[in-house]
Design a protein around this ligand. Structure first.
Ligand SMILES: Cc1cc2nc3c(=O)[nH]c(=O)nc-3n(C[C@H](O)[C@H](O)[C@H](O)COP(=O)(O)OP(=O)(O)OC[C@H]3O[C@@H](n4cnc5c(N)ncnc54)[C@H](O)[C@@H]3O)c2cc1C
Length: 458
């Protein structure tokens, strides 16, 4: 449904003609993420905090839904404008405003692509550690709104651990500066972290201040092959209990590796059921010994192959399987849904086994990868939504896997967020009291319910 004409012309006046779109092609481009799609009525592309604030003020006055959006790489339907309204996209707010070596921080606009910040920080010998696999495309604002994690989460933590401050625009257009440039700060409630992970339901984030850390001196990479995912999972728990903390410990199952081999020609040893991509970083002199211990642990767990990278080129080859895997899988089915669960680390082998058993019980094509060192697993379901039997199998697997994860003391989302995909399951994990508090917080920030509506079970 088109926006009412007076609101559309007020928005155009604020944003200029290149900052406002409502052609059918544009609406289609901002309709979807990798899980769902629904066309908005208009798209606003502000360049500044003030322009974004004006958009929110106008939409709030007209009680029009607003859907904050970064790059739309969400895998759970988080930014999808299910009730139409206006998509408020940060893509033109993409500047790195400051990197301070002495304060060890960066100030960036919300639409800055995370990989660009990582590259810029590295030029100063610094690192922004949160490292979602989507970092070449996703934005800092989207990462903050979903509290994104990634491959290095177990060692370095997730987005919220690096968040010092942000500029939040409230639904009525008020510009609130939360947090500051201090590395430590305990004054008042932590509203910065409340916004972090709120999936665009409380405020639009226009600017972010993040902590940086010194770049590690060196890194070592290896790929270990096992006959089963459960065996690879056991290596993870063994390494953790020996107090070895790799910066990368990515588990890939048999079908994932097979697909990569097929599409990119990256072979693995016969009999491979799973592989672990392992990296350790830190002072150069310590790393060979750490990698030696890791190789020993893998051997004790019957590794059928262990390949080390000796050059940056070899490292890239080892990473090729992990990086290219999702793109390779997408070609194999009409739909790929990447589920996202986390369990206590000691429960990872049982969680992996449960996913295998449920996939076989429901006759569902499931491929599993995991950021294993923090117990975060991604069963990926390949199916055709147009085929009723396959669609029913997907639904049955998704439902049963959520319940199995909760029984293991896990969480229904480790990093991707709840969005549309898991909203009906959130009360199951959090219970009535937490849901009541969250709805109350939404009402305080957003009395007319215009921010990303349709995503929280009422
Ligand atoms: C191949 C691939 C790999 C991925 N790997 C990882 C991974 O390793 N770890 C991980 O955590 N995620 C991963 N993701 C998921 C996704 O990239 C993250 O959720 C990411 O943080 C989304 O950022 P975005 O800029 O694309 O946000 P979008 O997808 O546009 O939006 C995500 C959510 O954030 C809100 N939002 C966006 N910008 C703002 C803003 N400025 N203010 C307020 N709210 C906002 C939206 O409303 C929505 O609810 C992956 C996705 C893909 C496709």
């Amino acid at each position: 449904m088109p926006l009412n004409a007076s609101l559309a012309s007020e928005l155009k006046a604020v944003l200029g003609s290149d900052g406002f779109c409502d052609s059918q092609e544009d609406l289609r481009s901002f309709a979807y993420d990798l899980y769902a799609s629904h066309k908005p009525d208009a798209v606003a592309l502000p360049k500044t905090t003030e322009e974004a604030a004006a958009v929110l003020r106008l939409c709030n006055m007209h009680h029009i839904p607003v859907y904050p959006r970064g790059s739309g790489t969400s895998l759970a339907g988080c930014p999808v404008p299910v009730l139409g309204g206006v998509v408020l996209c940060s893509s033109r707010m993409n500047k790195i405003q400051e990197i301070s070596v002495t304060d060890r921080l960066a100030v960036v606009q919300a639409g800055c692509v995370t990989g660009n910040l990582q590259k810029a920080a590295a030029e100063y010998g610094l690192m922004y550690p949160p490292n979602p696999t989507s970092c070449l495309y996703s934005t800092i604002g989207g990462n903050v709104a979903t509290n994104a994690g990634g491959a290095s989460g177990a060692k370095y933590g997730v987005t919220r651990d690096y968040l010092l401050g942000l500029t939040a625009i409230l639904p009525d257009g008020t510009i609130a500066r939360l947090g500051n440039r201090c590395q430590k700060d305990v004054t008042g409630f932590d509203l910065t972290r409340l916004i972090c992970g709120s999936e665009g339901m409380l405020a639009f984030i226009s600017e972010v201040t993040v902590k940086l850390v010194p770049l590690p001196e060196s890194i070592r990479t290896a790929l270990a092959y096992f006959s089963s995912a459960t065996e690879a999972g056991a290596v993870v728990t063994d390494l953790v209990s020996r107090r070895i903390l790799p910066c990368t410990l990515e588990l890939m199952d048999h079908t994932f590796l097979e697909t990569v081999a097929e599409v990119y020609g990256v072979p693995c040893p016969p009999g491979t059921g799973a592989a672990l991509l392992i990296e350790v970083d830190g002072p150069d002199a310590t790393l060979d010994a750490q990698m030696g211990t890791i190789q020993e642990v893998c051997t004790q767990h019957h590794a059928i192959g262990f390949q080390r990278a000796h050059t940056e080129e070899e490292r890239e080859t080892l990473w090729k399987a992990r990086r290219g895997g999702t793109a390779a899988l997408v070609r194999k089915a009409d739909m790929l849904v990447t589920l996202d669960y986390a369990v206590p680390i000691s429960s990872l082998p049982r969680a992996l086994q449960a996913m295998e058993e449920l996939a076989s019980k429901h006759n569902c094509n499931v491929v599993t990868i995991a950021h294993a060192a923090d117990g975060n697993l991604h069963p990926m379901v390949l199916y055709s939504p147009g085929d009723p039997v396959q669609a029913a199998a997907y639904n049955a697997f998704a439902d049963a896997s959520v319940r199995a994860i909760l029984e293991l003391g896990g969480t229904i989302s480790g990093e991707h967020g709840i969005g549309l995909e898991k909203k009906q399951y959130m009360p199951l994990q959090l219970g009535d009291e937490q849901m009541r508090i969250m709805r109350g917080i939404c009402r305080i920030f957003d009395p007319y319910g215009i921010m990303n509506p349709g995503k929280l079970e009422q």
